[in-house]
Design a protein around this ligand. Structure first.
Ligand code: FES
Ligand code: FES
Length: 162
């Protein structure tokens, strides 16, 4: 791959369980590639500065800002986008708890919640608060989002116990 970032090269990405060959420049962000090359528009383009979390995806199960991740750095790493969680229990809980308003931030919150429930199934209020700080909701419906996250964690515990 050339170093001035203009020439396109084919790389293989692993997104939502599928392998995809995509043409990328070395300077392309994962957010650009997901949205413009793969048509996965669930990750939102907002601040593009790492401040809001609207572009959150999971890379190797870790929440990351796709606007700050270079596509070429994700080769051979599993990437999960919100499209993989369509009609999932987490999505349904966010809807039932009214944890969406305009919905723009929602994909990022749901993916972050998904990763939290996998990594910290017993998260207390402080951990939940810290974990979710990387995502902003401009509609400021944070109480509903907190309730949804707690319900997801509780439901997972109940499923595990049953
Ligand atoms: S668009 Fe990536 S953090 Fe805001
Ligand atoms: S629901 Fe609108 S920004 Fe969060």
């Amino acid at each position: 791959m050339n170093t001035n970032g203009t020439e396109k090269t084919i790389v293989k990405l692993h997104v939502n369980g599928d392998s995809k060959d995509v043409m990328v420049r070395s300077a392309d962000t994962l957010l650009e590639t997901l949205r413009e090359e793969l048509g996965l528009t669930g990750a939102k383009r907002a601040c593009q500065n790492g401040d809001c979390g609207a572009c959150t995806v999971l890379i190797n199960g870790e929440p990351q800002h796709a606007c700050l991740s270079l596509t070429v750095e994700t080769v051979n790493q599993p990437v999960t986008t919100i499209e993989a969680l369509m009609n999932s229990p987490i999505q349904k809980i966010f809807v039932e708890k009214w944890a969406i308003q305009c919905g723009f931030c929602t994909p990022g919150f749901i993916l972050n919640c998904h990763a939290l429930s996998a990594k910290h199934p017993d998260a207390d209020d402080t951990t939940i608060e810290e974990w979710m700080q990387s995502n902003l909701c401009r509609c400021t419906g944070y109480q509903e989002i907190r309730d949804a996250v707690k319900t997801v964690l509780q439901n997972n515990k109940n499923d595990f116990a049953s």
